[in-house]
Design a protein around this ligand. Sequence first.
Ligand code: ATP
Ligand code: MG
Length: 401
Amino acid sequence: MPDVIVVHFDELALKQGRRPYYERNLVYAVQTAMRDLGPVQINAVHGRFVVAPGRSNIPVDVLVERLSRIFGVHHLLVGVEVATETLLIVNAAVALALRAKSSHSISTFRVRVRGNDRRVHRTRSLEVEVGSVIAVATGWAVDLDAPDYTLIIELAAGRAFVLSQRIEGPGGLPYGTSGFGVALLSGGIDSPVAAWMMMSRGMRVGVVHFHARPYTTEEALTKVYRLAHGLTRWQPTILGLMVPLADSVHRVLVEHGSAPLRTILTRRFMMRIACALGAPHKAQALITGDALAQVSSQTVTNLAATDGASALPILRPLVGMGKAEIIRRARQIGTLAISEEEGDDCCSLLAPRNPTAAATLAEIAACESALPVAEMTQQAVESSIPFRVRFEDPSPTKPPK
Ligand code: ATP
Ligand code: MG
């Protein structure tokens, strides 16, 4: 009896018209997530995928762990595939139930049959038949509402899957179905969560980090590089750019003496530079980890002033979230521990003692009219360093060269 994992999709079923498109992207996402493992079998079978180790001999646990991080996956069911004869289904079901009994304390169970092959087996009678044999073999009682153990039989396209272990997927939409966005990745807790949230909606994400070398440390760059690597658990390859601001932007702003506005002016340069860097990759949006009123630069007025410098829409998926909720999510996706490592921030370096919480557009315009905005942006773009991280690479210990 070959081991199989049956993968059920999220939301995709709702997008009837575009279903083949979403399915293609999900197949690609599954293949990409498995690319370093070997020839894993992936088949589409009537609205679900069936994944099997095939000749690769990869343990099912490893496949399950990978599949549970693919956006678009609603849940996984693990079990075996058998021919559609009732006797074989009953035997497989009893074997799975006994295996569960040996490792878990279970006293109630139910059997569910689903699928579109009702011609072969009548759902209800198969449930009763399998259920009665399991009851005898295990001594468990039937509980249809809240059982300790559920056995699922899926019948599809002339195949039978006997499944017992259910693992939740992350949901969302598959990689590549919502265009490309550039996430502004600081070394903080928030921005990796923001990037993850847009990935979960099917957006392919690239990252940009601004630093103030030599006034900030090499460790801070390494940390951001490690954060990008942490995100490859969710998007297996990530392209990024490290952008030095010390000469191109910070020095000029300090010379112009616009102290209270410096944070917002720097933010506006970040947006211009990120748009310029994203243009060759056809970026459709910027992504930031702003949360409303979390710090003084995140008032509605300042967020709007930042928007004004961006040629692309700025997506702020955390805007309505509280810090505790963001931290919980960061822990869940695996970036919190990296964000909590040591590392200075390019913006705190030049932050004025009294940053303005309500920059007026007129004040900003007056300051910027005295600055060579296009040249500053261009200089930052030209001095940026590209990098690429992949899931299968070791976590970086040095910044990209
Ligand atoms: P984070 O935890 O993501 O650093 P934060 O709460 O510290 O966020 P800010 O420092 O005001 O908030 O930054 C707001 C957003 O601006 C960040 O979430 C990030 O998207 C972007 N950002 C800030 N600093 C940088 C940087 N040095 N490089 C790239 N993006 C940055
Ligand atoms: Mg920050």
